[in-house]
Design a protein around this ligand. Structure first.
Ligand code: SAM
Length: 280
């Protein structure tokens, strides 16, 4: 992936339309619910939600921790603001929030577990990500996560690439091919192993989504899938045109408003005991 400099400041590139995300990211809640079921919890642990977004899944996690704590981490101020507004009134000091990049996070052996959904594919350095998460876990702690992987949105992304290389968009994308790393199951298992994890299980599942209408599809593309792409386009007219062309393309497909999602499931554990930390 070439990453040409964008004229948008880095902090703004990290931001999301949080109120729209909170409304439209329903597939993410369905997927996340299944991920959460795989996280073994007594109810009194400290768990990190890594890339908590607007907190719809953090809420379900907190419901499973009546005597525990959640540290909700996200690098987007908008997402954290929305999450705080929803979660603090109900869960009080059972939940705390931190605005931080997960890569290089300074949390040291504090968490009994790490939960993460729909976030790791927004991070391209998985080697460092897994080292950081390993360090944040107590010995014996579980990482239970899911993100886009393998052929995730390959058809939609191929169509986006065609638009990005053509007029009037090419000058604004400058060879940039997108923000994501859709890692494979085997690569991920190897990186987790290298970071020191054991009991590793990684696999990719087909998770297609068909949205109910053109308008929902349009908002979903603009907010959830291509928000980072749109930040590279300088005018509202160009942003509307980019999304409009992808919506028109989808309208000609059968089924319409379809997203060819594939998810990478990740389970891994930091080993018990001393002398297990391979980090420098
Ligand atoms: C698609 S949202 C997922 C939110 C939530 N987990 C869910 O499943 O609905 C991805 C989130 O990851 C966050 N994110 C992406 N890269 C990050 C990084 N390097 N450090 C912290 N958060 C990051 C984004 O700000 C965004 O809130």
């Amino acid at each position: 992936m070439t990453d040409q400099p964008s004229t948008t400041p880095a902090t703004e590139l990290r931001e999301w339309d949080a109120s729209s995300y909170h409304q439209v990211a329903n597939p993410h809640v369905d997927w996340g619910r299944a991920v959460l079921e795989r996280l073994p919890l007594r109810g009194d642990e400290t768990v990190i939600d890594a890339g908590c977004g607007t907190g719809r899944l953090t809420e379900l996690l907190l419901e499973r921790l009546p005597n525990g704590q959640v540290l909700a981490i996200d690098q987007s101020a908008n997402m954290l603001g929305e999450a705080k507004a929803h979660l603090t009134p109900r869960f009080g000091d059972h939940v705390s929030f931190r605005q931080a990049d997960l890569v290089g996070l300074d949390v040291d052996q504090d968490a009994d577990a790490i939960f993460s959904t729909a976030t790791f594919h927004w991070i391209t350095n998985h080697r460092r990500l897994f080292q950081t998460l390993f360090r944040a876990l107590k010995p014996g702690g579980w990482l239970v996560a899911q993100c886009g992987g393998g052929p995730n949105i390959a058809r939609l992304n191929r169509q986006a690439q065609i638009e990005m290389l053509g007029e009037p968009f090419a000058a604004h994308f400058g060879g940039w091919s997108g923000p994501w790393l859709f890692a494979g199951a085997d690569d991920t298992a190897l990186r987790l192993h290298d970071a020191g994890f054991v009991d590793i299980d990684t696999h990719i599942i087909d998770a297609p989504v068909t949205l109910e209408s053109e308008s929902v599809f349009q908002e979903f593309l603009a907010t959830v899938v291509f928000g980072t792409h749109l930040k590279r386009l300088p005018t509202d007219e160009l942003k509307r045109e980019f999304i409009g062309r992808l919506v028109a393309w989808s309208g000609e497909q059968n089924p319409q408003w379809h997203l060819d999602y594939w998810r990478l499931n990740i389970i891994a554990r930091r080993p018990q005991g001393k002398g297990t930390d391979p980090l420098p």
